[in-house]
Design a protein around this ligand. Sequence first.
Ligand SMILES: [Zn+2]
Length: 173
Amino acid sequence: MGRLRRTLVLNAGFEPLATVSLRRAVVLVMRGKAEVEQAHPGLRIRATAVEMPVPLVIRLRRYVKVPFRQRAPWSRRGVLVRDRYRCAYCGRRATTVDHVVPRSRGGGDTWLNTVAACREDNHRKADRTPAQAGMRLLVQPFEPTPADALLLAVGGGRDEPGLPEWSTTARGA
Ligand SMILES: [Zn+2]
């Protein structure tokens, strides 16, 4: 769909919170978490059964408090959302969280030590480091950005694998 701008997310009280990718903005709107405040003139997004304006600015329906200056608290669900439910070892759908350095070897519940993993890879790796298991991380774990923290706060992002692809079309005059 070309390079569209990122979408600005406003809190329910209209304060700017973050920018997110268009894809994430659409997910928030489709889930009823946010509404479109300002749309791209003349462009529509078409997904399987949905057609909507291309959002430039969306506003959350419910007010959220996002601790921007702080780090997002670690959670298993947060790791899955951060990694978009993709296994860090094979790229398939992930439903579990793997400790890169196993807890039994001193690894903790931290953003930098955990990745989303499919059940098979998590089981295969077991109580070993990736090197010991002969497995390679396709992506490196990272601290969530403020935009990710926002999504964790509003509960977005649960869907990434099943989300329909969409295309944008110019609206006929
Ligand atoms: Zn896997």
